[in-house]
Design a protein around this ligand. Structure first.
Ligand SMILES: Nc1nc2c(ncn2[C@@H]2O[C@H](COP(=O)(O)OP(=O)(O)OP(=O)(O)O)[C@@H](O)[C@H]2O)c(=O)[nH]1
Ligand SMILES: [Mg+2]
Length: 348
């Protein structure tokens, strides 16, 4: 006779029930500002690591680990907008970086592009993690257009390099904040940056919850690894509604102008829905069906569902999409090289 489940060795079982460990690196000024929100947000299974060449900025950043990189070259005073200095600074810290990355399954590398530290050091951190066979997700933020075409061009070259060193990159652009009239007219610089930082924080939070909190139809780490490991450009979209109407969930999910809804043709998707008892299977199918219209015919859609009786009528949906066919190319070939753009002596 087969052993009943009661006879199963619980110690044996619990050995395998370990939530995946996520390490998040925030590199340079923007990366540090975002890391602080993640740290304060206290997300489970996530460790925050702030890296900067600028010791003063780092000193006021809250994170699980704070590390000055490039102390020899920069003397704690920043990389002065020079990505080569940023790159060398991270290379100098390789042994420490390997130590931070060691005990992890998944590594996020977050940086604002266009300056020296984030642009130069983020790809180095990603490469070290990739060499250690971690799932590596980059999050890059392009500078505002008013910061100048030189900075945008340096930033785009940085994104290109980051893409080569990551499994996938979530590409964001500060310029999208400028396109929002409400933000542009009424928000202070600090609050405007806060909108982008909150967005990244929410993305990481939603993703880590999907893989660490069990669901009725479960999405696990292997699913996330499969989808994000498919490469290319990725998006983590999230939306909610206070009523159980699938249409309003969809509007909110697809309507965030900072993320954009340009995921057409993607072949790898996770859709996770969390709702109260009012939300029907038919409504779930309506959401899935509407989203499928824009996906590839061969889409592999992994669908998860969590019942949360406390949610009453409200519904939350998170969609992770990767391998998005590149529409608007970064088009840097016609741009001047980083050296030409910067017009400053390089440190090699
Ligand atoms: N959304 C957002 N963008 C930021 C923030 N801080 C800076 N940025 C953007 O990121 C770009 C790079 O800036 P930083 O991250 O400060 O640059 P850095 O990597 O520290 O570079 P160096 O100071 O030259 O070493 C800027 O041009 C801004 O557009 C922030 O807190 N939030
Ligand atoms: Mg800086």
């Amino acid at each position: 006779m087969m052993d009943r489940l009661e006879n199963f060795d619980e110690d044996e079982l619990s050995k395998y029930i370990k939530p995946p460990k996520i390490k998040i690196f925030g590199v340079g000024g923007a990366g540090n500002n975002i890391i602080e929100r993640l740290y304060v947000g206290n997300i489970s299974s996530v460790e925050t690591i702030a890296l900067n060449t600028d010791a003063t900025h780092l000193n006021k950043t809250k994170a699980s680990i704070r590390k000055v990189i490039g102390a020899e070259i920069c003397k704690g005073r920043g990389a002065g907008g020079n990505p080569h200095v940023g790159r060398r600074s991270a290379e100098e810290a390789k042994t420490d970086l390997e130590e931070y990355i060691k005990e992890s399954d998944m590594v996020f590398v977050i940086a604002g592009m266009g300056g020296g530290t984030g642009t130069g050091a983020a790809p180095v951190v990603a490469k070290i993690a990739q060499d250690m066979e971690k799932l590596v997700v980059g999050v890059s933020i392009l500078p505002f257009k008013v910061e100048g075409s030189v900075k945008r061009s340096v930033a785009k070259e940085g994104v290109k390099e980051l893409k080569e060193k990551c499994d996938t990159v979530i590409e964001l652009d500060n310029e999208t904040l400028n396109e929002n009239e409400e933000v542009q007219k009424n928000y202070s610089v600090d609050r405007t940056f806060g909108v982008m930082s909150d967005l990244v924080t929410n993305m990481v939070k939603e993703l880590s919850e999907i893989i660490t909190v069990p669901s009725i139809i479960n999405v696990d780490y292997a699913d996330v690894k499969r989808v994000l490991g498919a490469g290319g450009k990725a998006k983590i979209m999230y939306g909610h509604s206070n009523n159980a109407d699938p249409g309003s969930v969809l509007d909110n999910l697809l309507g965030n102008p900072l993320i954009g809804a340009d995921y057409q043709g993607s072949e790898e998707v996770i859709l996770h829905i969390q709702a109260g008892k009012e939300f029907t299977l038919r409504s779930c199918h309506e959401i899935v069906g509407a989203l499928q219209v824009d996906l590839s015919e061969n889409v592999n859609m992994i669908w998860g569902y969590r019942l949360d009786p406390e949610m009453g009528n409200s519904v939350k949906a998170v969609m992770i999409v990767s391998a998005i066919p590149d529409g608007e190319d970064l088009n840097i070939d016609s741009s001047p090289s980083m050296e030409e753009s910067l017009g400053i002596p390089m440190v090699n």
